[in-house]
Design a protein around this ligand. Sequence first.
Ligand SMILES: [Zn+2]
Length: 124
Amino acid sequence: MSPVRRCSRTACGRPAVATLTYVYADSTAVLGPLATYAEPHCYDLCAEHSERLTAPRGWEVVRLADASGPARPSGDDLEALANAVREAARPQERAAEAGGGARRADPMEVARRGHLRVLRSPDS
Ligand SMILES: [Zn+2]
């Protein structure tokens, strides 16, 4: 099993309960259930730092876990959305895809929460 995940804030060693993902393309920070594994754009946060989270100027914060109250979100929908958002948070890969080979169709909108749109290529 993996070791206990810790809050990524400096000088904070509390166990992480949520994962913050920055979606640079949408200027959106998505706070959701603890991610299964760490990724470059993701930061684990403890409960206190999750609640005190503030977005940089001009950014929106989307809190996936708070939508259903204190109960843990059970639906696969939230996880799927979070995973899709993490995929969308890789502009380098998307740019590389767009730049090489045949031109692809416009990406489909696969999810929406507030103003946040999750786009995915039709063939992915
Ligand atoms: Zn913390």
